[in-house]
Ligand binder design. Structure first.
Ligand SMILES: NC(=O)c1ccc[n+]([C@@H]2O[C@H](COP(=O)([O-])OP(=O)(O)OC[C@H]3O[C@@H](n4cnc5c(N)ncnc54)[C@H](O)[C@@H]3O)[C@@H](O)[C@H]2O)c1
Length: 324
């Protein structure tokens, strides 16, 4: 166990062994924080294996209030990432989704109040915008079309009941991390294109805001280190120029992987489409993303080439796979 028990710089990261967590944990360690990861390790601990000697790792379910409380003792901040991520995964087991995503956030907020932990950064999602015309921002009316989006929106109101609570509405992420996900649109299309030279899109006209997973980790770091007054509230996290139509991602793939055959099926199975403004976080925090979608495509392609991702269809690379 690496971290000290009662440290002013201790951060509790729930879900810290996952896709975002495995990029965030090394960043926090580099910045001198002592890190406690609380995770049910449903994908194992391989995403953060390199750091096990430097962190405290507590294996448990975020529904276990007593264990969560013990883990939070001495923390100056909590970053709450644990949960069932994405619409398809939530639809597989709605009860678990509500428990993992909403009930857990309620627990975390209660702990923050009881222990006077004033900094809480919560992983919400731009999915709360659902389907909307034009550019949406934090003042736009949410339109949650799925259970996943609804659990995120309901959780936000709990987080905001805390002075210092910060809800980060993340874009759809891409790129490699300690525990890379291959079920997210950029990474998934890259895997298909690399393996078969083909990608199949349904509709393809849906807008998605996209962000590298390392840029997402940076936003969580800023949320717990900038002035409290600056971070309290809801912030979209992403880059306005990285709002792309799904078919544009496929065209970008063609720049990196030669002769990709792009098939567009006219039936659009996914009603969600939203273009998001990221001006609030840029103006208030000075937040800028560093990596482009093309960088992410290159990175995933390199992982497939050097076989650090060996079989991208393995359930360990997908949230849905883990639940099934
Ligand atoms: N990846 C994205 O594109 C994206 C976009 C918007 C929001 N988010 C949100 O960010 C958070 C992290 O996403 P991610 O992509 O890293 O997902 P992930 O599935 O890779 O990581 C989630 C981690 O939480 C753990 N976990 C899940 N349920 C748990 C439970 N009941 N108790 C304890 N641990 C549990 C898992 O083992 C995993 O390590 C999620 O809340 C997700 O909804 C992600």
């Amino acid at each position: 166990m690496g971290g000290s028990f009662l440290s002013l710089r201790k951060v509790l990261v729930t879900g810290g062994a996952g896709y975002i967590g495995s990029s965030l944990v090394p960043l926090l360690l580099r910045q001198g924080f002592s890190v406690t990861v609380f995770d049910d390790l449903s994908y194992g601990n391989y995403g953060i294996r390199k750091y096990l000697s430097k962190i405290d790792l507590i294996e448990g379910d975020v529904g276990n209030l007593e264990l969560l409380k013990k883990s939070a003792i001495g923390s100056c901040a909590i970053i709450h990432l644990a949960g069932t991520s994405g619409d398809p995964s939530c639809d597989l087991d709605p009860k678990k989704c509500a428990k993992d995503n909403y009930e857990s956030t309620k627990n975390i907020v209660e702990i923050c109040k009881e222990f006077e932990i004033s900094r809480l950064a919560f992983a919400s999602s731009c999915s709360v915008y659902g389907a909307q015309d034009g550019m949406v921002d934090e003042d736009s009316k949410p339109n949650p079309l799925t259970l996943y989006a609804r659990t995120k929106l309901d959780s936000e109101s709990k987080v905001l009941s805390l002075k210092g609570g910060c809800a980060l509405r993340l874009s759809t992420l891409f790129g490699a991390s300690g525990r890379t996900r291959c079920d997210l649109v950029v990474n998934l299309l890259t895997c298909h294109a690399f393996q078969s030279g083909k990608v199949m899109l349904f509709g393809g006209d849906q807008w998605r805001p996209l962000l590298d997973v390392k840029d997402a980790a940076k936003a969580f770091f800023m949320a717990i280190t900038l002035d409290k007054e600056k971070v309290n509230g809801i912030f979209n996290v992403g880059s306005t120029v990285q709002n792309l139509k799904v078919k544009q991602i496929a065209y970008l793939l063609g720049e990196e992987i030669r002769n990709v055959d792009i098939n567009i099926h006219p039936v659009d199975r996914d009603a969600r489409s939203y273009k998001v403004s990221f001006e609030k976080i840029r103006k208030n925090w000075g937040y800028e993303s560093e990596y482009s979608v093309l960088d992410g495509i290159k990175e995933i392609k390199a992982c497939l080439e050097n076989r650090s991702i060996e079989n991208w269809k393995d359930p360990i690379y997908s949230t849905r796979g883990r639940i099934l």
